[in-house]
Design a protein around this ligand. Structure first.
Ligand code: ZN
Ligand code: ZN
Ligand code: ZN
Length: 364
């Protein structure tokens, strides 16, 4: 069980340190991080209010209260009935402190504008400036959930190596992956991208009716959640035998992925991890064909800080978790991406994904 109380205490300290009047977050990752509550994103107001001193308050529609309580929420809950005005509860929950009101980055505009009226005169800022520095370093309970999520994804990647997928559509393979993730215990499949042949040259291709044929690169990028924490893995397959150009490109991406992972150590800037992977691809002559960043942080959200990208000079710290996912995309022909989730440990990088990274030749 994560230590929600410690997290609230840390938010209060951050508010006090930055002259904040309060933290206001709606359904989403911040709320789950601070209370364990996986709230539905309704048009009715659900809002956690954390003042710099005093008790936090979770404002929920009365009909959601049983759900919140069943999820073990331990902060005080105020349920509001359909004819009540939930916004009237907010100024009291914030209290007398003056200063910035930090609202959830993904709180709906309809709520934010209304809150600005209720708390008129107070400047507004983004909650991520308070919660971001906390969430970016995962505690052991979080790493353990990320590891569990990665292990389910690994099992699916491994099982796929035995399938005869020639003749399947991308959509059928995507469905197969989703079904396996759910059978493996994920609560929610976040995505199951399958891109075959020339479609593999598009990094975020939506699986469609394209039929998979032998000799084509098949990029499979998928993930789901365990205890709210995400997995995200990419492996590239081919119904054998693999053509020479695919082998060559795969070898380059494999070396780039290893170089990126190996660079991920405490004190190293995020952009250096990107550069480590990118240099390998550039010196092989494929620099133009690697058109995205090397990775993204991962946790309660699929994409969160830290971003492993040129220009991000923030340094890695122990507990940070992120993807290392270089790719090469040859338009009209093929694509290769290899992605693992990597944790920056005090002693160096640890890849949570362990499924083999080589070009997997599927049986015909
Ligand atoms: Zn992506
Ligand atoms: Zn991915
Ligand atoms: Zn990713």
């Amino acid at each position: 069980m994560p230590d929600f109380e410690r997290r609230i205490v840390a938010v209060r300290a951050a508010l006090a340190g930055s002259g904040g009047a309060g933290l206001l977050v709606g359904p989403g990752a911040d709320l789950r991080y601070l209370t364990g509550y996986d709230a539905l994103p309704l048009e009715r107001l659900t809002l956690l209010v954390v003042p710099p001193t005093g008790d936090p308050l979770l404002i929920v529609p009365a009909l959601e209260r049983p759900r919140a309580e069943s999820q073990g929420v331990s902060v005080p809950i105020a349920g509001w009935r359909e004819t009540d005005d939930p916004f009237a509860l907010v100024p009291k929950a914030v209290g007398p402190a003056k200063g910035t009101v930090f609202v959830g980055d993904r709180l709906w505009a309809a709520f934010v504008l209304r809150l600005q009226r209720e708390l008129h005169g107070l400047p507004f800022g983004l909650a991520s400036s308070i919660t971001g520095p906390l969430r970016i370093r995962k505690d052991p309970a979080e790493i353990s959930l990320l590891r569990d999520a990665a292990s389910v994804a690994d099992d699916v990647a491994l099982a796929l190596a035995d399938e005869r997928v020639a003749g399947w559509t991308e959509r059928e393979l995507s469905r197969w992956i989703s079904d396996r993730l759910i059978a493996g215990g994920v609560e929610h499949v976040n995505f199951a991208l399958v891109a075959a042949g020339e479609n593999a040259a598009s990094p975020h291709h939506e699986p469609g009716d394209r039929v998979i044929a032998p000799g084509e690169s098949i990029v499979c990028d998928f993930g789901g959640t365990i205890g709210g924490y995400c997995s995200d893995i990419t492996r590239t397959y081919v119904v054998g035998p693999a053509p020479d150009d695919l082998r060559e490109v795969h070898g380059v991406v494999l070396r780039a992925q290893a170089a990126g992972t190996n660079a991920a150590r405490p004190g190293v800037p995020c952009e250096s991890v990107d550069a480590a992977a990118r240099t390998v691809i550039e010196s092989a002559g494929f620099g133009e064909a690697f058109m995205h960043r090397t990775g993204h942080g991962i946790g309660l959200e699929e994409h969160e800080d830290p971003y492993i990208v040129g220009g991000n000079s923030a340094v890695l710290e122990p507990g940070m978790a992120f993807s290392v996912e270089p790719g090469v995309y040859v338009r009209g022909r093929l694509g290769v991406r290899i992605e693992d989730i990597v944790v920056c440990n005090p002693s160096g990088p640890e890849s949570l994904n362990t499924a083999p990274r080589d070009l997997v030749e599927l049986p015909r």
